[in-house]
Design a protein around this ligand. Structure first.
Ligand code: NDP
Length: 254
């Protein structure tokens, strides 16, 4: 690997610092896709194609590092890589085409920004895991990390996917508008899909226990916390009878 362990760690710290700068900006500016989409952000492409193009680098780059690594026989290593690959098989190749967003568009600039994020994020994580992750002998501490991280990841992924499909199914085929979601975690928070996503990457950071994985969790929170607050406000503005006891993204807290 042409970058040392130390260099990847320094790059990950810099990458987290950028997330901390982006976070307050996202509290002010809503990324213009989905319900917040605007036509003033330049050329637009199909929403479903946009999501595919934006997310697929994360799958391909990690697959590349998985194949290149010498660690491929390690059980722990395989768990870490396959969780990532499984997540992005769904996010890039299944989720976009399950959405009921035919005819909807996403600005090209958002797709390019998403691709850039996915390139850097997958590169840092893939390179680190492929060349500097030692998963051959599992100590007691590693076993605890593996158990806690796996539990958080699987729980988060379940919450994320179940909530995404509850939202998607609010529309009948051909509909494009928005409705108030009800049931399950939606009784407590407006964005359980984001809550699940944050839990997922927290679990991944515990599992992988390195700075690139931590930087992915920090970025996920920096992206999704402001988005959840915007979505929550948007529901109150759009639906006067929106349940007042609901929080935005963390049950009973925020
Ligand atoms: P949203 O909750 O905005 O939308 C999810 C899907 O449900 C979209 O197809 C949306 O349609 C539809 N939908 C949402 N709310 C309603 C409603 N009230 N009525 C009818 N349909 C609705 O999620 P995002 O699009 O922001 O994100 C999609 C996935 O990507 C999530 O799982 C999220 O966690 C993940 N993500 C992860 C990030 C990260 O940094 N790790 C960053 C961004 C997203 P429409 O598109 O028309 O609004």
């Amino acid at each position: 690997m042409f970058l040392s362990n130390h260099t990847l760690n320094v790059l990950s710290i810099a990458w987290m610092a950028i997330a901390l700068v982006i976070f307050p900006l996202l509290l002010k500016v809503r990324a213009p896709y989905g319900r917040h989409t605007r036509t003033t952000w330049g050329p637009m492409i199909s929403n479903q194609l946009g999501w595919f193009v934006m997310e697929i680098p994360s799958f391909l780059i990690i697959l590349f590092f998985y194949i290149k690594s010498n660690n491929i026989t390690s059980f722990y290593f395989n768990i870490v890589f396959w969780l990532w690959l499984f997540h992005y098989i769904h996010r890039a190749m299944i989720f976009p085409f399950m959405t009921r967003t035919k005819g909807k568009k996403i600005p090209v600039v958002i797709v390019l920004m998403g691709m850039f994020f996915n390139f850097v994020n997958a590169f840092l994580n893939g390179a680190y895991m492929a060349y500097y992750f030692d998963g051959h002998s599992i100590t007691l501490v590693m076993f605890v990390r593996l158990s806690v991280g796996l539990l958080l990841f699987v729980l988060g992924m379940y919450i994320n996917i179940r909530s995404d499909y509850m939202l998607i199914n609010l529309r009948k085929t051909g509909e494009t508008g928005y409705k108030v979601p009800h049931g399950w975690l939606f009784e407590y928070i407006s964005c359980p899909n984001y809550f699940g996503e944050m839990l997922e990457w927290l679990g991944f950071a515990v599992l992988a226990w390195n700075l690139p994985a931590l930087s992915f969790f920090v970025w996920t929170v920096a992206n999704l916390l402001p988005r959840a607050l915007s979505n929550h406000r948007w529901y109150y503005e759009k639906f006067p009878d929106y349940p007042s006891e609901r929080k935005a993204v963390i049950p009973f807290i925020l």
